[in-house]
Design a protein around this ligand. Structure first.
Ligand code: SAM
Ligand code: SF4
Length: 321
């Protein structure tokens, strides 16, 4: 079992299979980065899988595939199948912008993917264009329908922002509620790569809007999930992710792996250790030692809302959200 210095069990690995993306979301990657990681520096699926096996053997029970946009990486279903065949009980999920999902949802499900989170910030095509930098909404919504049709468990992520999609919080929630999809509102996390003039919304502001429309009870947190859950009188639940809250990190159970093999203990900070060389030379023990060291050095807390004027320099498109 992997336990950090604050007695948190780390059993959740998020794997970014590419930092590349077909969207240019204002809060994540408004511009193409000055340089991409060259393709030859990416770990192959076989190499990533070697590390998945080590992580599973050390106690990881949940793996989420993310990016960048994970569906840009070819043959992703094969990678999913490798993990599933090694440990069918693993909670295997993916976060995607949904644009390319329609054509591959069935393949991903057949390979062993269980759950999928799709980012929907708006239901207005022109707002989607403004947020993502191109005309994306139709494909994304078709992706959602296809994921539901093939029987994947679907959740939606929305990042509410003032002056952009703040007026659609109820509409996007209703879209999800009609389909019995759970929605998680993610507070915008400031970072050095995002567009500078974004004004995110805090949970208090979201709750004010939602409580004018619905009655619900506060269910608190569910296990190690970072979502604060609320349940309406008809049983429908929604979540809010509040990284600026003091206790957000208390139950954090996750670490992150980038596509080139950097293992990152916290989403906020740049600090990372590489498993790349160990994996490339087939040094299982060496890679396991790096994993344990990264868990040992996991910081107690992020610094969103903590230190005045400081901006996280970690890129969301590199590590996933
Ligand atoms: N491309 C996929 C997608 O958009 O779902 C997966 C990667 S994306 C980095 C993962 C999640 O991070 C998305 O739900 C996205 O909305 C969220 N995200 C990205 N930048 C963020 C930011 N600055 N604050 C809050 N959430 C962010
Ligand atoms: Fe791409 Fe996802 Fe980042 Fe948007 S949030 S730019 S879809 S990685």
């Amino acid at each position: 079992m992997l336990i950090d210095s604050y007695d948190r069990v780390v059993d959740y690995l998020r794997v970014s299979v590419t930092e590349r993306c077909n969207f240019r979301c204002q809060y994540c990657m408004p511009e193409k980065p000055f340089s991409w990681v060259p393709k030859e520096n990416l770990l192959s699926f076989e190499e990533l899988f070697e590390f998945m096996k080590i992580a599973i053997d050390e106690g990881v029970k949940k793996i989420r595939i993310t990016g960048g946009e994970p569906l840009l990486r070819e043959a992703l279903d094969k990678f999913i199948k490798m993990i599933y065949d090694y440990e069918p009980e693993i909670d295997l999920s993916m976060t995607t912008n949904g644009f390319l999902l329609k054509g591959v949802a069935q393949k991903l499900k057949d390979a062993g993917l269980k759950r999928i989170n799709i980012s929907i910030d708006t239901l207005k095509p022109e707002v989607a264009h403004t947020i993502a930098g191109k005309d994306v909404l139709k494909n994304v919504l078709e992706g959602v329908e296809e994921a539901l049709r093939v029987g994947l468990s679907v959740k939606v992520n929305m990042v509410p922002m003032k002056g952009l999609n703040a007026d659609e919080i109820v509409e996007v929630l209703e879209y999800c509620k009609e389909r019995n999809i759970s929605i998680r509102f993610i507070e915008y996390m400031e970072n050095a790569h995002a567009k500078v003039d974004i004004s995110g919304m805090k949970s208090t502001e979201l709750l004010e809007i939602l409580s004018a429309q619905y009655s619900f009870v506060d269910n608190g947190f569910d296990g190690a999930s970072p979502s604060h859950y609320y349940t309406m009188s008809d049983g429908y639940s929604f979540g809010i992710i509040e990284p600026y809250e003091d206790d957000f990190c208390k139950k954090c159970n996750r670490i992150r792996l980038t596509a080139e093999g950097n293992l990152i203990p916290c989403l906020y900070f740049d600090e990372a250790m590489s498993i790349r060389d160990a994996i490339k030379r087939g040094d299982i023990k060496g890679a396991a030692l790096v994993l344990k060291e990264v868990v040992r050095t996991k910081p107690e807390k992020n610094r969103w809302g903590g230190v005045d004027g400081e901006l996280s320099s970690r890129a969301f498109y590199e590590t996933g959200g």
